[in-house]
Design a protein around this ligand. Structure first.
Ligand code: F6R
Length: 608
């Protein structure tokens, strides 16, 4: 969480930092701030509660003169409330610092350095700035290395020293940082989106290294006695700025919903060979699919929900245990995994701290790890044994949409390959599965084209403080994501329930006009689901029913019916996902909320 950026070069630093922060804002938007090294070498800090737009307006009023280097931060509050004082950058003597992460031993450091009376904020980050100032004797590399030895926790720091005008220093442990020497000068940021307007070449700052940016160069140093230079691998990003712009859409979320069919094709098509899924170009050997006797999927949030769908698909087909665990639980649970378990890690950002910890735990248990990741070169992608990149392009809206669909596409392909290799599918059955998967793409397009009619049903949902999503089997797995999406951006309390479980308590909450979004696309449990829908209808629920086009139901069952194309039962999640995303999107819009940046959230959860 928190977006950070540093710049030094020939251009106006204020503009570069503020524009960069605007693209990083999805990482946190409680407050924002910049520090500029002015022409007289003084450091000017401007920070403010609220979004980057407010900071921009404030900077226009108060920042006089020009500057060619600086650092900027957009905050997702962890330690200390949302106040101007807690906003970054933090200044302490000769040090100006921004931080993404959590300094876990900040109390101990406060006492060790006797900082109690100096602190002007409640943040762990200010403690790091003050410690650095105490140990700084004019050699930035020595002082930063010492700071890195002292602090425990996660951090991406960008730092300026009063006596080093034009230079920006950075260091990281766990929290992500990417850097580049661009046509505009030297830049570093928590996320690629801030660098893309200036370059398509970048490197991932390695953990436990120090970076120094000057207007002419970017150097990376080891932490050894002589600060040996390190030469990181330069990577090329395969999307451009258009991908990170709204391009005429009112919100990133709607744009990203629309991008799903294309993202699906980009993820699936290059991996089909002779009609079958083939991961040889990804360097994933078939042996990992054949040698395992269990699959354990670990992820958070929407990515975990993609895992739930995969579990419901895989286990009955592969006839081996397929378990899904929330990463923040898995890491403290002593999970039952070993070298015969294939651990699948799912993460859009590739930086989610709990998911990363789960990956490391899986390695320590001897399991093979396969990560499904969207962001190239991210920590999870680099640390897993094998990586299957999804090709969704940048996902900017905080609520995940296209990343979910492509995670599912990747999982479906993996499932198909495993079924084929393990003798559960013939080559023909595997090829048919892939054809059905591709058929799901136009079905998504059909639902996107119905966005206006989906918009019409929203009035029934936004009038209620609660909503329920019900379904059985795969439909239940889809419901989980529908409920999360609605909660996340419309702030309507929503729960997903296995339709058969309602009678065990939850049905007490169903009363007059409570919206129930019922998903009934699975033929083998269709009649059972319909009975459960009748039960809620009989108690006054306002039922919005999602079924396949050809399903026969009587008109009294639902208040509203949304029909999806007749794809095979296993693939209904793809058009259903579009419907559920559009329901959440229009509910948020209908309540005049901030669709792309819902309260309290941030895109990439890099703290525990
Ligand atoms: C919800 C959402 C989150 C993420 C979760 C995991 O819309 O976006 O639930 O899915 O924080 O993030 P990644 O996939 O980056 O690990």
């Amino acid at each position: 969480m928190c977006g950070i950026i540093g710049y030094t070069g020939p251009l106006d630093a204020k503009d570069i930092l503020l524009n960069g922060l605007a693209t990083l804002e999805y990482r946190g938007y409680d407050s924002a701030g910049i520090a500029l090294c002015m022409e007289d070498s003084s450091i000017c800090v401007t920070k403010k509660v609220g979004k980057v737009k407010a900071l921009k307006e404030y900077c226009d009023q108060v920042v006089k003169g020009s500057s060619h280097s600086g650092i900027g931060h957009t905050r997702w509050a962890t330690h200390g409330g949302v106040t101007d004082a807690n906003a970054h950058p933090h200044q302490a003597g000769r040090v100006t610092l921004i931080h993404n992460g959590i300094i876990e031993n900040y109390h101990a450091l406060t006492e060790q350095f006797g900082l109690q009376d100096e602190l002007v904020s409640q943040t762990d980050s200010e403690v790091a700035a003050r410690v650095l100032d105490r140990i700084y004797t004019g050699d930035p590399l020595m002082a930063i290395r010492e700071l890195m030895r002292l602090v425990e926790g996660s951090y991406g720091f960008c730092i300026m020293f009063d006596d080093q005008p034009g230079a920006v220093f950075a260091a990281r442990s766990v929290s992500p940082l990417v850097a580049s020497y661009t046509r505009a000068g030297a830049m570093i940021a928590s996320d690629l989106t801030a660098l893309i307007p200036y370059t398509n070449q970048y490197f991932v700052v390695p953990e436990q290294h120090i970076v120094k940016l000057t207007p002419y160069k970017v150097h990376v140093y080891e932490l050894d006695d002589t600060f040996s230079k390190f030469y990181p691998e330069i990577m090329t990003v395969n999307w451009n700025m258009d991908a990170a712009m709204k391009n005429g859409f009112p919100h990133f979320m709607l744009k990203e919903i629309h991008e799903q069919p294309d993202a699906m094709k980009k993820t699936i098509l290059p991996r089909i060979s002779k009609g079958l899924p083939d991961f040889s170009d990804d360097g994933i050997p078939d042996s990992i699919f054949m040698d395992c006797n269990a699959v354990h999927i670990v992820a958070c949030g929407t990515a975990m929900h993609a895992g739930m769908v995969a579990r419901a698909l895989m286990e009955p087909l592969l006839r081996i245990p397929v378990t899904v665990t929330i990463a923040s639980e898995f890491r403290y649970e002593q999970p039952l995994i070993d070298e015969k378990t294939l651990v699948m890690i799912i993460s859009q950002s590739g930086e989610t701290i709990d998911t990363l910890a789960a990956l490391r735990l899986a390695h320590s248990c001897g399991s093979k790890t396969l990560a499904i990741v969207n962001v190239k070169g991210s920590t999870i992608a680099r640390e897993s044994d094998y990586v299957l990149y999804t090709h969704a392009g940048p996902e900017i809206a905080v609520a995940s949409t296209k990343a979910y669909s492509v995670q599912l596409a990747a999982l479906y392909m993996l499932c198909c390959r495993m079924a084929f290799l393990r003798g559960k599918y013939t080559a023909q059955q595997a090829a048919d599965f892939m054809t059905d998967l591709l058929d799901a793409v136009p079905a998504m397009e059909v639902m996107i084209a119905q966005q206006e009619s989906i918009r019409q049903i929203i009035t029934h949902i936004i009038q209620s403080p609660d909503a329920f999503f019900i379904g059985r089997g795969l439909d239940y797995a889809f419901s989980l994501e529908g409920a999360l999406k609605l909660k996340e951006i419309s702030y309507i309390h929503a729960e997903a329930y296995a339709a058969g479980e309602l009678k065990h308590g939850t049905i007490a909450l169903i009363s007059d006009q409570v919206p129930v979004i019922a998903i009934a696309t699975q033929q083998h449990v269709f009649a059972k689901t319909i009975s459960n829908i009748r039960e809620v209808k009989a108690r006054g629920a306002f039922v919005i029913l999602l079924t396949k086009e050809s399903s026969v139901v009587d008109d009294t069952l639902a208040d509203i019916r949304i029909r999806i194309p007749d794809v095979d039962d296993r693939f209904t999640v793809f058009p259903i996902a579009v419907v559920l995303q559009l329901i959440a999107y229009y509910a948020s819009l209908g309540k005049n909320l901030d669709v792309d940046q819902p309260r309290n959230l941030a895109k990439s959860v890099t703290v525990e």
